[in-house]
Design a protein. Structure first.
Length: 302
């Protein structure tokens, strides 16, 4: 079985269960099954049947548990349909899907998933160290995907029942716009059009300057650190990928995460890091797929 985790989406119409059958995404997901895999593509909480809930974007617990539940359901369906499943499991995903892949890998190693034998995971171009992502964003003058920042803020505020006003996080008029923007009707481009690419004009100026020094913001820092996937040491093979020209989800986040996993005691024989030379967040997708598929197929036959 392979579970492939999709990248960031905001509109309900972009969920795997909602896109047209002839879409590029579903053709890719179908192709993953063709070498003899049961192919699983989770919607994630907040999409599909759970679209009444705001997606818990970059929240480790609910990301991993949703994927684990989908895997269990897929195994049950396979048994009902008489499809043999030998328990071997692979995980892969790009961008947010890379984060979701690593979160699920960590969950399976630490919590276990009866009936599944995780062979390897292939996370690519994810923001695994959420705190380091925040530090990167706050260091920029401009960022062309501001909806990522709004998405995290709205998701964490909802997930953790934060009562602080959005003006603690964002400047006006953007703070007041946020709730309506993340209503499931807008995609990322539509949300970006209602925000600003200027970080100093988007983020509350006091938060921007004092997030690490003012105790009022400790709850935010704690949430970022809690959802960062860098305080563990994988024991099952984990293959990291990232384009070194990526500034959307910065290449250096994977470098930081890789080094922290090794510092925690992970072996270089278990955790590897493949650099995609000259590739940014958008041009890195195809090289990633071309690289991880042969590796996965070889492991499948072992």
């Amino acid at each position: 079985m392979i579970s492939f985790q999709h990248g960031t989406i905001a509109a309900h119409s972009q969920a795997p269960t909602a896109v047209p059958l002839n879409s590029t995404e579903l053709i890719l997901y179908t192709a993953l099954a063709s070498p003899g895999f049961i192919s699983v593509v989770p919607d994630f909480i907040g999409f599909g049947e759970s679209k009444s809930i705001l997606h818990p974007y970059y929240v480790e617990q609910y990301t991993a548990s949703a994927i684990a539940d989908a895997l269990v359901a897929a195994a049950e369906l396979a048994a009902e349909k008489g499809v043999d499943f030998n328990s071997k499991l692979f995980l892969a995903g790009y961008s947010q899907g890379g984060y979701a892949t690593m979160a699920t890998h960590k969950f399976i190693e630490q919590e276990g998933l009866p009936g599944f034998d995780l062979v390897a995971s292939f996370p690519a171009s994810g923001g695994y160290d959420v705190k380091a992502m925040q530090e990167y964003f706050f260091s920029l003058a401009t960022y062309d995907q501001p909806f990522f920042l709004g998405y995290v803020a709205m998701a964490y505020r909802t997930t953790y029942n934060w009562t602080q006003p959005l003006t603690d996080f964002f400047q006006e008029p953007y703070a007041s716009r946020m709730p309506a923007l993340f209503n499931g009707a807008n995609d990322g481009n539509q949300i970006n059009a209602q925000l600003t690419t200027s970080i100093p004009n988007l983020v509350n100026s006091d938060l921007l300057k004092n997030i690490d020094s003012d105790a009022r913001y400790k709850y935010i820092v704690d949430a970022f650190e809690e959802n960062s996937l860098v305080v563990w040491a994988p024991k099952v093979k984990l293959y990291l990928y990232h384009g070194d020209a990526d500034v959307t989800v910065p290449f250096n986040n994977s470098v930081i995460s890789y080094n922290k996993l090794l510092a925690n005691g992970a072996s270089q024989d278990v955790v590897s890091f493949t650099v995609l030379p000259g590739k940014d967040h958008f041009t890195g997708v195809v090289p990633y797929i071309e690289n991880f598929l042969p590796t996965m197929l070889a492991l499948k036959e072992q």
